[in-house]
Design a protein around this ligand. Structure first.
Ligand code: FHN
Length: 566
């Protein structure tokens, strides 16, 4: 019998590009507050972060009566937003099942006045609209079930704490008694499921992750298993939360992301992203071949907050007009992102997703194919002038863009689009060199979806081949990853940037952290000024001269930028 491969399972998922994530559970009732105390950070962690005893948290279920829940309205919103799959928290870390689980009485049907199974209703609503129904399932962390990672325990002083180190046999028993029966229920009672989104694989062994993956595939061979099942054994990879890829990522990846700060509803979180930002993030993901899984956190009543609805509808309207550049597209064949925006590709088409619409001419560098035609999506009658000389394609476009955010130019080329495999400076534009595009020499770890390089000693280096168009003096800035709360990322380090025979060195890191900024920051540190002497292809290289010994993860470099000096 033919055994389905990950590539076969992934076909619809690659085509889809955009999905809806839903975090909904008992934490939605608390909405970020417990007995007058506000939880810091994400709302669905309230039980853990405020150390709510199991018996008290269980009581919250009695208040769960989401009378306004309307599966059809949620699925209709996903459809209107242009989302092709929907992933909902069947069980999050608090251990509460949002479905009718015969094996686990801690569930919505048995414990709440609502008594309905919203997963059944959602699966039907999604199927009706051609949206793939998918489940999130916290397979390792379970603060409620015995043996789960992070299980709540009473301390002698009466305060709870989370028990992460369970004896291995307890954890295995939890997998056998709680997780596997639940997975069986989810994969037999709700029709075809697109994927199981596992999360936070703390303390799980490789064998246990593989066993869960195989169990899913045995029950539904076409069901995808997310990378967070652990040990990279899923069908596709998961970038960090809200981690947006800087450069090319090989293979199948997805970025889970929030509309505001929290996943589960928090009444005080009004930090909504703008429509422009969301479209840019979606476009950036697509240009790297990465799926964008965007979250909503419905209220205890079952209502998706109005700002989320409004934002998603606008993204959907943009996709209605420009979706040909996103759905079924693949990553940009270009080595680096153009300064004006992003690129995707499909068959013999290139889609130029233009954020900064130029006055007259749009240049694209490094295309190897002959261009056959070009049109502006949304302006079918406007003619686009085409000129190709050397490594430069110039398109003459009208002064005003069809969209306020990102406009699309569809370019047909001869054959499959191909581009030069090095960075080409765009005229006098700054040269951006993300580590994701660099060639690594020696031992450097790639962290966080490969966007950050961590190196522990001074022997390795990272280099880029760059075609210089404008020689002269350049100001060099290094971007490192800083974290105010995790000392793994602390430290000030000395790096040297070499361009041909010239070089400059300087201190980069926490000294330049914005004290008023978020806890995790991309820190910009000025390294100094360097002279890039000649036009043509050169190697630009970064070497670590000194690593701060206090930094457990070494030097967390994300990239360097060279800007022509004023
Ligand atoms: O701990 C969870 C968090 O609550 C949320 O579910 C996110 C979504 O990607 N995943 C974990 C943190 O990475």
């Amino acid at each position: 019998m033919h055994k389905m491969t990950a590539e076969e399972r992934l076909q619809w998922w690659h085509e889809a590009r955009f999905g809806m994530f839903i975090h909904w559970g008992l934490y939605s009732i608390l909405a970020g507050e417990w007995k007058g105390q506000k939880v810091r950070g994400i709302g669905e962690w309230i039980m853990h972060n405020l150390k709510i005893p199991i018996a008290e948290y269980e009581q919250v279920a009695a208040q769960f009566n989401p009378v306004k829940f309307d599966a059809d309205a949620w699925a209709a919103l996903a459809l209107q937003a242009g989302m092709k799959y929907l992933v909902i928290t069947a069980k999050h870390h608090d251990g509460f099942c949002l479905f009718d689980s015969p094996s686990n009485p801690y569930n919505i049907v048995k414990q709440t006045p609502f008594k309905r199974d919203p997963m059944k209703e959602l699966a039907e609503a999604c199927n009706k609209r051609g949206i793939k129904m998918c489940f999130y399932y916290s397979q390792a962390q379970d603060w409620h079930a015995d043996g789960g990672a992070g299980h709540w325990e009473e301390e002698s002083d009466g305060k709870g704490w989370m028990h992460y180190q369970r004896p291995p046999e307890d954890f295995q028993r939890y997998l056998d008694r709680v997780v596997k029966p639940n997975i069986k229920e989810l994969l037999t009672n709700y029709g075809p499921i697109g994927l199981l989104w596992f999360d936070t694989p703390v303390g799980i062994t490789k064998e246990q992750s593989e066993d869960l993956r195989d169990y899913v595939h045995a029950l539904q061979p076409a069901c995808l298993v997310s990378g967070r099942v652990g040990h990279d054994v899923g069908d596709y990879g998961s970038l960090g939360d809200n981690e947006h890829p800087e450069g090319r990522v090989e293979g199948a990846w997805e970025t889970p992301a929030t509309l505001n700060n929290t996943w589960g509803f928090k009444k005080d979180d009004h930090n909504w992203k703008s429509v422009d930002e969301l479209i840019e993030l979606l476009v950036n993901c697509a240009s790297k071949g990465v799926n964008y899984l965007l979250n909503v956190g419905p209220t205890a009543e079952g209502v998706i907050p109005q700002p989320s609805v409004d934002l998603l509808k606008e993204v959907g309207a943009w996709l209605d007009r420009n979706g040909e550049a996103i759905y079924g597209s693949s990553a940009s064949p270009f080595y680096n992102d153009p300064v004006w925006g992003r690129v995707t590709t499909k068959d013999n088409m290139l889609y130029l997703l233009v954020k900064q619409w130029p006055a007259g001419t749009l240049n694209l560098y490094g295309l190897k194919n002959k261009v056959l035609s070009a049109r502006i999506v949304g302006l079918p009658d406007v003619e686009v002038g085409i000129q190709q000389a050397g490594d430069t394609l110039s398109l003459t476009v009208p002064a005003s863009a069809p969209e306020n955010t990102v406009s699309v130019i569809a370019v047909a080329v001869e054959g499959k689009p191909e581009a030069e495999a090095f960075v080409i400076q765009e005229g006098v534009a700054p040269i951006r060199l993300p580590v994701a595009l660099g060639t690594f020499k020696g031992e450097i770890t790639r962290h966080g979806g490969r966007g950050t390089a961590g190196w522990m000693d001074t022997s390795p280096s990272i280099s880029w081949q760059v075609r210089i168009k404008t020689p002269g003096e350049y100001d060099v800035v290094a971007i490192t990853r800083g974290n105010k709360v995790n000392d793994g990322w602390f430290g000030n380090h000395r790096i040297r940037v070499e361009a041909g025979r010239a070089s400059v060195s300087g201190v980069v890191g926490m000294q330049d952290l914005d004290p008023d900024g978020g806890s995790i920051q991309n820190i910009r540190s000025t390294v100094g000024r360097v002279r890039v002497g000649e036009t043509g292809d050169q190697i630009i290289q970064v070497v670590a001269e000194q690593i701060d010994p206090a930094a457990q993860r070494g030097l967390p470099l994300r990239g360097i930028e060279l800007t022509p000096s004023a």
